[in-house]
Design a protein around this ligand. Structure first.
Ligand code: FPP
Length: 251
C-alpha cells in the first residue's frame, strides 16, 4: 500500500465522462452530437495515459441504467460504439492499447457484441495501457455476479463457504487482474459515483471537475493528477503512521 501519492502518477485511473448532453445543448445540437464530441475527449484521455505511463484507464461509457434514456439516444450511442470499434481499434492496437469491455455484454445486438469480443481478442497481447470500457455495467451487478460465482463454487464443493472472503470476491470482479483503483474522476459538475466500480472505489481518491466531458483535454487531466499527487493516502492509518512508514521506506 502506498502512503502518499506525492510525485506519483496513478496506476489505475477511472473516469465518469459526464456532460455530453449539456455540452450539446449549449450549442443547440442533439445530445448525440455531444456524445460524438465525447469520443474525441476519449482519444485525449488515452494519449494522456500513454504519455504519463498510467497502466489502466477505466471509462464509464454506458451504465446499466442508461437503457432508460430515450430510444433515439440509446440508438445513437450504439451506432457510435459500432463506428468507434471500426475506426479506432487499429490505431489503439498500434499504440499498444489492450481494450477490454466490462459489463453484461449479453444485452447488446449480436453484431456489436461480436465487434467488442473481436477488439478484445485482437488487442489482448498489448501492454502499454489497459483500456477498460464499461458498457451495460453497474458496480452492484459486478459484485452480484462475483457473489453468484461464489454460490456456484460452494455448491460444486470447490470451496468452503467460510473461505469466501474479500480476497476471493475481489478476484472474481471484472477488473480483478488490474491494479487497485487509485484515482476516480467525474466530469460535468455532479458529485456522485452513479453505481460505477463500487467495490474498487473503497480507497480511491475522488476528483470532481465542472468541465463538461467534450471539453476535457490533457490540461484538465493534468490538473487532476497534480491534485492527486498532493493527497496523503492513509488507508485507515493515522497521518503520523503514514509519515513514519514513508521515512522507513526511504531510510
Ligand atoms: C454522459 O453524459 C455520457 C454518456 C452516457 C456516454 C459516454 C459516451 C461517450 C463519451 C462516447 C464515446 C465513448 C467510447 C468509449 C467510444 P450525459 O449524456 O449524461 O451528459 P449530461 O449529464 O450533460 O446530460
Amino acid at each position: 500500500m502506498t502512503g502518499s501519492a506525492a510525485g506519483r502518477v496513478p496506476r489505475h485511473l477511472a473516469i465518469v465522462m459526464d456532460g455530453n448532453g449539456r455540452w450539446a445543448k449549449q450549442r443547440r445540437r442533439p445530445r448525440s452530437f455531444g456524445h460524438r464530441a465525447g469520443q474525441k475527449a476519449v482519444r485525449q484521455a488515452v494519449e494522456f495515459c500513454l504519455g504519463k505511463g498510467i497502466g489502466s484507464l477505466t471509462l464509464f461509457a454506458f451504465s446499466s441504467e442508461n437503457w432508460q434514456r430515450p430510444p433515439a439516444e440509446v440508438r445513437a450511442l450504439m451506432e457510435l460504439f459500432v463506428r468507434a470499434l471500426e475506426r479506432e481499434v487499429d490505431q489503439l492496437h498500434q499504440n499498444g492499447v489492450r481494450i477490454r469491455f466490462i459489463g453484461n455484454l449479453d444485452a447488446f445486438e449480436p453484431a456489436l457484441r461480436e465487434g467488442m469480443l473481436k477488439a478484445m481478442a485482437h488487442t489482448r497481447g498489448n501492454t502499454a495501457l489497459n483500456m477498460n470500457v464499461a458498457v451495460n455495467y453497474g458496480g452492484r451487478w459486478d459484485i452480484a455476479q462475483a457473489a453468484q460465482m461464489a454460490v456456484h463454487a460452494v455448491a460444486r464443493g470447490e470451496i468452503a463457504a467460510e473461505a469466501i472472503d474479500e480476497a476471493w470476491l475481489g478476484q472474481h470482479l471484472c477488473l480483478a487482474d488490474q491494479p487497485p483503483l487509485d484515482l476516480f474522476i467525474r466530469t460535468g459538475g455532479e458529485h456522485r459515483v452513479s453505481n460505477f466500480l463500487l467495490w474498487q472505489l473503497a480507497y480511491a481518491e475522488l476528483y470532481f471537475t465542472d468541465t463538461l466531458w467534450p471539453d476535457v483535454d490533457q490540461a484538465v487531466l493534468a490538473d487532476a493528477l497534480a491534485d492527486y499527487a498532493g493527497r496523503e493516502r492513509r488507508f485507515g492509518r493515522t497521518g503520523a503512521q503514514v509519515t513514519r512508514s514513508l521515512k522507513d521506506t526511504h531510510a
